[in-house]
Structures are given as C-alpha cells and as structure tokens.
Design a protein around this ligand. Sequence first.
Ligand code: ADP
Ligand code: MG
Length: 285
Amino acid sequence: SVPLSFFSAIGAISKKGVLVKGANYVEKLTEIENIVFDKTGTLTKGVFEVTKIKSFGISEDELLKNCALVESFSTHPIGKSIVKAYNKELNLKEVSFNEEISGLGMKAKVLNSDILVGNERLLEKFGVKLEKIEDSLNVVYVAINSKFVGYIVVSDIVKSEAKSFIEELKKLNILKTFMLTGDKKEVALEVAKDLGIDEVKYELLPQDKLKIYEEIKFKTAKTTAFVGDGINDAPTLANSDIGFAMGGVGSDLAIKSADIIVLNDNLNAISDAIKIAKKTKTIVY
Ligand code: ADP
Ligand code: MG
C-alpha cells in the first residue's frame, strides 16, 4: 500500500505547479536515474517566430496565407507561429481536407490545390523535388500541387532555466540526460551542447522516439523518466517508467498520456518535485 504521507507530498508538489496523477508516482520520482527529454516545447520555449519568407513563382503573401490556412488546423508550435505571422483574417472553409503528419508537417487541400507544409522529409515523402536553399536551421518547406514554391524560416529559443536545471539534476543523482528530437541534426547538436545534455538523437519520427527510449532503458537497466509535450511524444509518455508532460504549449494527448503534468511549463518544477518526493521518502522509511 501507499504511505499516507505520499498523498501530502502530492499536495506539496502541486504548490510548485506540478500535477501528480497518483501517489505511486511519488515513489517513482525518487527512483529516477535517467531522464530523456524531447526538445521543442520541452527544453525550448516552443514558441517560434517567423524570421524569413521566400517564395518562388507566387507572392510571399500568398505563400504565407496558404501556410496559415493549413497550419490553423495544427497544434504544433511551428504551425501556431505561422498563423500568428499572417495576422489577417482567414476563411477556414477554403480548407477542405487537412492532416497533421506527426514529425513531418501538414498535408491539406486548399480550394483546388494540394498543399504540403513541413520539413524536407515531408516533401520527399510525397515526391516533391527540392531546390537547394541557403538557409539551414528551422526551415519549413512549402509545396503546391507537388511543386516546391518556397519556404519559411522560423526560430525557437531555449528556456531560460534549462541550463541550470540540467546542472541541478546532477546534484539530484540523475546519472544521465538524453535528448530525442524530430528536429534536424544542426539544431539538435547546438541545443544539446549548449545545455550539457549527455546524449542526443535527432531527425526522429514518433515511433523512433519510443524505440530509442526503450533501448536506453534496456541498455542502462535504470529507471528512466521521459519529458515531452507534443502529440509525437504521447506514445513514449504512455510507455515510460514515469512520464512528464509540459503543460505550456503541450498537446492534450501528451497530457493524457503522462503520469505527471508540469502545469507552469517550468523545468525547475521537475527538480522541485523530485526533491519533495525524496524528502518525503526519507521521512517514511
Ligand atoms: P520535436 O521532437 O523537436 O518536438 P516534432 O517531432 O514535433 O519536433 O517536429 C519535428 C519536425 O517536423 C519539426 O522540426 C518540423 O520541421 C516538422 N513539423 C512538424 N509539424 C509541423 C507543422 N505543423 N508545420 C511545419 N512543420 C512541422
Ligand atoms: Mg515537442
């Protein structure tokens, strides 16, 4: 049975902005040895800003409008930033079909055109030939009727508390930190190096995240937490030893799949929760 003080620990942890879904997770919190993080929206703010628009054969405004129409149906932070950048009224009835392809982008029909908005892999998947472009980081590619018509550059920033939080984890006996991301190599390596994350894997699809998480668990034989925010993190959150969903820009599916929800979106709340759980446990035993 669960010690009664674990319930009061849940109360203390909730004051730090963290919702623990069951008293059994208080004990689990004390056992964490590895932490695996998603990148976008978890270690970074996940609030992107459009910094550049480049179009070929159509106007920049038309490119942005089509993207904004399509991204209105997306829950992804990149999608939200594109809708915000357009900043004009949209007639969503013009979109007769839309599908969010997790880890790749959006596929949609706007009026009579088939639109793709996403990364290089999305366009490659649908056989669109890409031209070489000079920008490298965070590029959203756009195709209309299977033709590459331009791209949008977006940028994200690392959460201000992320670096000190990763350092703090070492003091809490967390042995190793990992980052798994759907994002490109260059962005992934830069963020991991900046924050002092021990191991990083990039350009992953949602099913890759779960597979690699399970490999880490198997290889290390340690209690391994997972922290994420997106629909692409939900399968891993649901299958992790202990799963944290970031509540800021996080998707409903991630929140449903997690054991613990960081309502205030601040990474320090995770180390606070671990500290409270460990303190409670020393009192119990
Ligand atoms: P992360 O694992 O870092 O949170 P995701 O798996 O959510 O990243 O996304 C991986 C990549 O897929 C993004 O960097 C982006 O290139 C692309 N992507 C996903 N959803 C969208 C979208 N709605 N619009 C444009 N690009 C998208
Ligand atoms: Mg994410």
